[in-house]
Write a protein that binds this ligand. Structure first.
Ligand code: ADP
Ligand code: MG
Length: 338
């Protein structure tokens, strides 16, 4: 039933940042070297993600936006373990299209569709439009190799959902956080973000965390960063690597803490506390440092599926992880004579 689908989709697609997250993830899955994200009015008016990934032909494109009843949550265990990032594996594009007007233009990488050089549409890409979950148009379209997905009028058909959106500034903040995390975690991919036609940042994809931090946070922050390297000596509790800022290079209001557990972006109270504790009394009241930390733990000691939509994790050995992170950051600061 359409209405039920829309309501379900509205629950799963929380806000523009959730759309951005799914589209960027698809671009990374498609082996993109460049990904550009552009949003209007915090993403409430429009989201566009362009990549130079493997692309799709007409058939792929039609399949990509279909409702995959077969791959839908097949039993309650799937739901509880939060498969996929939206909680519906293989359903992100369809789910987003159910609550928006979605346009995808794509062309397979390598240009040759394998159908012979005079087959129709061989050298062109395909454009597909979906509105409220219904495909309204499919046609050949000239476009570069790769894919561009445009999502307009998010929640146009779910007014109750639309009311939950916050101000443009808040929605953009969420979008910025998401794109920043993917940029930091994928330094070998050139990732850019534009808001209302203004460039917010653009990474070069040169592969180093330092150059990515420079692009994302700017020179002042990048120059204040110091390396964190910590290999556990007795027992594999956690290895911790990354960058943390000088205690005087801070911001107020919110923290700029990016933590990745086994390469997946997560939020965990225990990691945040560990970092702030490591700075101890060196931070002024209400000031937060910049930190990008990659924490690796044996996979069987962490539960990454605490919540299907959120990025929370739970560690078997919370205090062990906390002290590993705290001492890693502490010794990095100490080495700087701080
Ligand atoms: P999932 O990513 O879980 O497979 P999605 O609904 O996000 O589900 O995407 C459906 C499919 O569409 C993907 O499996 C992929 O084959 C294709 N697809 C989506 N986005 C892209 C993209 N940017 N480039 C190439 N293929 C894509
Ligand atoms: Mg996906």
């Amino acid at each position: 039933d359409q209405t039920i689908n829309r309501i379900a989709a509205g629950e799963v697609v929380e806000r523009p940042a959730s759309v951005v997250k799914e589209l960027v993830e698809n671009s990374l899955d498609a082996d993109a070297n460049r990904i550009s994200v552009a949003v209007d009015s915090g993403g409430t008016e429009g989201v566009r993600v362009r990549d130079d990934g493997v692309g799709m032909d007409r058939e792929d494109l039609q399949m990509a936006v279909e409702e995959h009843t077969t791959s839908k949550i097949s039993d309650i265990n799937d739901l509880e373990s939060g498969v996929g990032t939206l909680g519906f594996r293989g359903e992100a594009l369809h789910t987003i299209s159910a609550v928006s007007r979605l346009t995808v233009r794509s062309k397979p990488r390598g240009g040759d569709t394998g159908r012979g050089s005079d087959a129709p549409g061989n050298d062109a890409g395909t454009e597909l439009r979906v509105e409220g979950g219904e495909v309204t148009d499919v046609r050949p379209a000239g476009c570069p190799e790769g894919t561009v997905v445009e999502v307009e009028d998010l929640f146009y058909n779910t007014p109750a959902r639309k009311k939950f959106l916050k101000t443009t500034a808040t929605e953009f903040d969420h979008v910025n956080t998401v794109v920043t995390q993917y940029a930091l975690a994928n330094p070998e991919v050139a990732i850019s973000l534009e808001h209302d036609d203004r460039e917010v940042f653009a990474t070069e994809g040169r592969g180093s965390l330092e150059s990515t931090v420079l692009s994302v946070y700017g020179r002042e922050v990048a120059e204040s960063m110091t390396r964190v390297e910590h290999e556990p000596d007795d027992g594999p509790v956690a290895s911790v690597t990354g960058l943390v800022s000088h205690p005087e290079t801070t911001r107020s209001a919110r923290d700029y803490l990016s933590t990745f557990v086994n390469d997946r972006y997560v939020t965990a109270r225990v990691l945040r506390e560990a970092v702030l504790d490591a700075y101890g009394g060196q931070l002024a009241t209400d000031r937060y440092p910049f930190a990008v930390l990659f924490v690796d733990v044996p996979p069987n000691t962490v539960d990454v599926n605490v919540h299907p939509r959120k990025m929370e994790v739970r560690f078997d050995d919370e205090s062990g992880v906390k002290s590993a992170v705290e001492s890693a950051v502490e010794s990095a600061l100490l080495e700087q004579g701080l």
